[in-house]
Design a protein around this ligand. Structure first.
Ligand code: SF4
Length: 436
């Protein structure tokens, strides 16, 4: 039976308490020697999605505690990450090495006398996944394929894209090469892709450690708000760990509410039914908080003067509209829209309700900037392409192709330019981030 240990950590928190909480959990699950053998190379896979502190990224104290335990068992821990492709090309313009450096990961590794690596620097290997449903072949991290064990160390977060949460299974997405296979299958098929990936690495995962010191609710993985949880969740089955983590955030029926858990359970990769998981340590009632869920909807009070007109769209395009809007929130754009009484009018999905009549379309453009967002919408409005790019609607109708359109920094800049707003040097720089 899959077991998950909920270890409460008392405040004020320090490293000693984190280590004790983790040790207690591992002991109750059978002891570290059950999971790690002498001489085994163990990849510690945290969440360093972006150069921001917890709860966007995993608390280094948790990583330190896991590394120490692995070392005590005679294993060789290696901290490895490949930050979001978005962080590199479409947001901060930072490589994984930059992100890890900024977060202090290399200093930590030096102190512990262990290796910390940006997975890109160790290369990728084309791997066939015979029982995959969508990702039948992909370039996967060479290091992850070589090591004996992999310990996911995610943070307790809700997510706009990960099927409601991002946890032990989602954190492994970084083992896929960014720029190519990481951005491929990144629509509704992302959940199944994560499960296909699990088919490669499931056997290497002895246990997962979820950093629930500070969780994140709302529009994770980046734009949510912190929630004090003070819990470390350790489970010997990644699917069960994620199911209990989801329950601790207020998902009553994770098997039905969290897509990747449901898929992993039904494809035999672990136990997603909380009723069939042994919960040890603290009870769920002691730990549980009702998180605000992530949402792909554009909620008017958060993004004034934005209207989204949907054709047949999936949530990915909606999420990436929201990522673009979050980028613009750091600028004066929304104040300017209000001041000028203008709107951003997004048209998304197959056959969005964009007026075919030219006069009506011109009238619509008087309301603000019309944005044709994503490949589906671009394809559906292809007959007007000349009008949008060369004709009298040039600069009034913006095309943002992609499936979904990932280039948030460039998209945000395109919108600001169309409104005649000042473009900073940093924004100009954003156009240089092109995947290779
Ligand atoms: S372009 Fe179409 S298929 Fe691709 S993410 Fe957007 S709505 Fe989905």
């Amino acid at each position: 039976m899959a077991s998950v240990f909920l270890s409460k950590v008392s405040t004020p928190l320090d490293y000693k308490k984190v280590k004790e909480a983790l040790k207690k959990a591992i002991e109750k699950l059978g002891g570290i020697e059950k999971f790690i053998k002498k001489g085994e190379r163990v990849l510690l896979k945290p969440n360093f999605v972006s150069p921001r502190p917890p709860p966007v990224t995993t608390d280094l104290r948790v990583i330190r505690a896991v590394a120490s335990l692995v070392k005590e068992a005679g294993g060789i821990p290696i901290i490895g990450e490949s930050s979001s492709a978005m962080t590199h090309w479409w947001r901060e313009g930072m490589t994984t090495r930059d992100v890890m450096d900024l977060l202090g990961v290399f200093n930590l590794a030096k102190e512990l006398n262990i290796e910390a690596v940006a997975l890109e620097e160790k290369g990728w290997e084309i791997t066939e996944i015979p029982d995959a449903v969508v990702m039948k072949k992909a370039e996967l991290s060479k290091l992850a394929l070589e090591v004996d064990k992999i310990i996911p160390i995610p943070i307790l977060k809700t997510s706009m894209e990960g099927g409601g949460i991002t946890c032990s299974m989602k954190v492994l997405h970084a083992l896929v090469k960014p720029g190519t296979d990481r951005v491929r299958w990144h629509r509704s098929d992302l959940w199944q892709k994560l499960i296909d990936l699990m088919k490669v690495f499931r056997e290497k995962i002895p246990f997962c450690v979820v950093d629930g010191i500070k969780g994140m609710e709302g529009d994770g993985p980046i734009h949510g708000n912190p929630v004090d949880m003070n819990v470390i969740i350790v489970g010997d089955d990644p699917v069960a760990t994620d199911a209990i983590a989801a329950k601790s955030m207020g998902f009553e029926y994770p098997l039905y509410e969290v897509g990747p858990i449901s898929l992993a359970h039904s494809q035999g990769l672990g136990m997603g039914d909380p009723n069939k998981i042994r919960i040890v340590g603290a009870s769920l009632d002691e730990v549980k908080k009702r998180f605000k869920m992530a949402s792909c909807e554009i909620i008017a009070p958060h993004f004034e003067n934005v209207v989204v007109y949907e054709g047949a769209a999936d949530r990915s395009c909606l999420a990436w509209i929201k990522f673009t809007l979050y980028m613009l929130k750091d600028t004066d754009l929304f104040d300017e829209l209000k001041r000028r009484n203008k709107k951003l009018l997004f048209f998304v999905g197959l056959n969005p309700p964009l007026p075919e009549d030219l006069n009506e379309l011109r009238k619509l453009c008087e309301q603000g900037i019309v944005i044709v967002f994503g490949d589906c919408a671009t394809f559906s409005t292809r007959n007007s392409y000349w009008l949008f790019t060369q004709g009298d609607l040039k600069g009034k109708v913006l095309l943002m192709p992609g499936c979904p359109p990932f280039a948030t920094a460039q998209q945000a800049t395109q919108i600001r330019e169309a409104l005649g707003l000042e473009i900073t040097e940093r924004e100009k720089e954003a156009f240089k981030y092109v995947p290779t």
